[in-house]
Design a protein around this ligand. Structure first.
Ligand code: HEM
Ligand code: HEM
Length: 181
């Protein structure tokens, strides 16, 4: 077993892109647009749809991860760092689910399903800070961003400093045209 299951590989890279887009657009565009701006509804529609698709795909990925065999966790000869790597992988799942749950929390408390998707025409609340899940969503976004930076840093360290070919474990087997080695 030298690689992750091809479905896990595909979902890893699709989700990596979607989560990074969600974080950047959420922080740089959505949260910077006033709730009175007519562009806010479009931005919310995009962000909430992306977030829900991320939630569903992450559930599928977690299921695939639990029911397929995977290569043993990389050993870099330091028990603490090995444990940190393992914790970071589970932490990424937990943080993504935390983002989706707190996002749904803001949405339900602020009546967003009707306003954003139901075309009720009702105005948005002045801002979302009155809803407790909004603070959690912002805090979790920071933690997720930092964990991803650590994760990418670790992947680059493996690939270019240790040169242990770790990235190929998260890629398809070239010889069998996408099969699992
Ligand atoms: C774009 C930058 C990224 C790179 C270069 C990268 C690279 C990798 C590599 C090489 C592995 C395999 C580690 C191993 O063999 O033990 C891995 C695993 C993993 N990555 Fe990433 N990753 C990136 C982004 C992300 C993002 C944004 C997330 C989630 C938010 C994520 C979540 C995970 C998880 C949970 C695992 C463990 C395998 C699993 O359980 O699915 N990665 N990543
Ligand atoms: C992994 C999925 C998600 C990511 C990465 C993400 C990311 C973000 C980020 C970075 C912000 C800005 C935080 C800040 O600047 O304090 C934000 C705000 C927000 N997100 Fe998400 N989000 C996700 C899922 C969701 C979901 C599923 C919903 C709703 C169904 C949602 C609804 C919102 C709302 C209502 C705001 C507040 C915007 C404002 O204050 O104007 N998010 N999100």
């Amino acid at each position: 077993m030298t690689r992750y299951h091809p479905l896990l590989v595909a979902l890893h890279w699709i989700l990596a892109l979607m989560v990074i887009v969600g974080l950047v657009m959420g922080g740089r565009v959505l949260a910077q647009t006033a709730n009175t701006d007519p562009a806010k509804l479009f931005s919310l529609r995009m962000h909430m749809s992306l977030g829900m698709v991320i939630g569903v795909l992450t559930l599928i990925r977690l299921g695939t991860r639990l029911f397929t065999t995977k290569p043993p966790h990389a050993d870099i000869g330091n028990a603490t760092l090995n444990k940190l790597g393992q914790a970071a992988h589970w932490g990424l799942y937990a943080l993504v689910f935390g983002m989706v749950a707190s996002g749904i929390g803001i949405s339900l408390m602020a009546g967003l399903p009707d306003i954003v998707f139901g075309g009720s025409g009702a105005p948005l609340p002045a801002d979302f800070s009155a809803f407790p899940p909004r603070a959690a969503h912002g805090l979790l976004a920071t933690l997720l961003g930092l964990t991803i930076l650590g994760h990418v840093g670790a992947a680059l360290y493996h690939q270019f400093v240790r040169r242990d070919g770790l990235l190929s474990r998260m890629w398809f087997d070239k010889r069998s045209g996408g099969g699992n080695a």
